[in-house]
Design a protein around this ligand. Sequence first.
Ligand code: AMP
Length: 610
Amino acid sequence: MAVIGIDLGTTNSLASYWKNGEVHLIADENGNTLFPSAVSYVDNEGLLVGQGAKDRLVTHSQDTVCSFKRFMGTDKMYQLGHKNYTALELSAMVLERIKQNGEFFLKEEIEEAIITVPAYFNDKQRSDTKKAAKIAGLSVDRLINEPSAAALAYRMEYGEEDKTLLVFDFGGGTLDLSYVECFDNIIEIVAVAGDNYLGGDDIDSLIVQYFCQENGLNLEILAANDRSILQKRAEEAKCRLEVEKCTNISLEIEGKLYETLLNNDILFQVCIPLFTKIKELFIRILNDAKARVSDLDDLIMVGGSSRLSVVRRFLRELLGKEPVVLGDTDKVVALGAGCYTGIRRRNEDIKDMLLTDVCPFTLGVESWHRKTDMEGYMLPMIERNSTLPSSKIQRLVTLQDYQKGIVVRVYQGEEYYAKDNLYLGEISIPVEPKLAGEEWIDVYFTYDINGILYVEVVNSHNVRNHMWLSNQELSEMELEKYKKEMEQLLIPPIQQEENRKLLEELESYYESSSSVWRKRIGIMIDRFVQGLNCGRQHLIKRTVEDTKKYLETMKETMEHEEEWLFDGELKQDMEDVEELIMEEEIKIDRKEMPFNEFNLGDSWDTTNGQ
Ligand code: AMP
């Protein structure tokens, strides 16, 4: 039984496998490794999937669908013949054909697959991808993010040094940017940004506009058939520029021939509106990652549109460095998925790697600023772009005198007011009736790579309540299994034993030292707590390392010197460490406010009998 990797792409899909210490692509009977993600209805014959369907895109555009991956997770229906299909069902057909093709190629039954998905895919899109695989007869234990797969392929090629990468995945209809950090055996996606409506197809449309402008044609009144022929010719001309310096686009309309010359300089100018949008996405992702261009070691080009030399030129000018092209840009993600099948099977010829996930949206609770807010706002618990699995704890105090309980309402989204976000569920807990602000509860959020959110609330008397939120239907047994995993894995960093001890040590030094040291240690404690709560594995790791280093240097200094003698080499050491921590602080986004500023109190529902 074989395990294969599948890049289920918007335009094309590919499959791969790991054998004899190497990754290989699966080809069809004609030797092609690209499998178009297209489905077409043929009268009296039924459905065609793959290349045959793609070939009918121009001639039978009404009966052919492609790019349906963009609508994964939605109820959008595509009509083919007399039946309607969702993106999930169409993807299942593509996966089924890939499975059949793979079995023919490998001469072995394929039972399991590792499928790649865009990092920004939400729970619904991920669970629909898994359902599509199930329909196709494939068991999928884990989906991996496309940029993680690309980074894995990069590491196989360029070795295992710590690197910061930007994966630039530019396909037919989408652009996905991912800021990825690789350290030790971890590949961590730090931030993602993208546009679902920006891709090679838009370049084709810009070329069409340019063609019309040059020939004095009005695109709006062009016949639908002429328009789709022109779009196709624009795409072909664009692709020819990979090997030719200059090319021609022509179209005959009502016996008259229209022509336009295209070269890379012209194409660069034509693409400027698109480049402006790409630049905005770069600014966004660097802001989200709290990074600068100079932090990037390499830029990895993925996706069919990354082949365009004008795109590479633009990126070279924007970032001041040469992009890395790992062989064929179409194949990088599939190659990474194939490497991952080797890891999954614990093959000895491939090093174990941990691919983390990222939370594409913020999860939070409804809350109030004491006295100032009329309306509940969203208090983020797990921020967008946090590394998964992630666990957070937040203390909340009562808002009203003598209130008897607190209702914790859970939301997903980025809006300021809770009601403008997606409501996920709620959980309540009694509190002892006291003056406002005197009673508290701790809210724990744990979110794992399977898209399951576990919420637990604990009051000051250690009364507990919990709930599970998931897009999948979970059986009691599955819940038990997840709970055990989460209990083991997901103690928030701030509560992990080593970190608790470190914090206690700092606090005890704080208590016993005099003014200058107290100030320093106070700042250190704040930074340590911030760092532990930042939700990014590598920053947490560095925060702990830096704090230990700082503590050691501090102890050494305290032992050897009086404060007024604090000078020389040790002072330099301390300054170096402080500088490191300052750098970290700039990178760490601290949106959580001090515990006591917030309340959930007045949402207690008295009708529930408590
Ligand atoms: P993907 O979604 O990654 O399969 O990429 C599909 C996009 O890549 C389409 O817009 C194609 O026109 C574009 N593409 C494919 N080959 C080339 C090429 N040689 N030069 C430029 N663009 C290409």
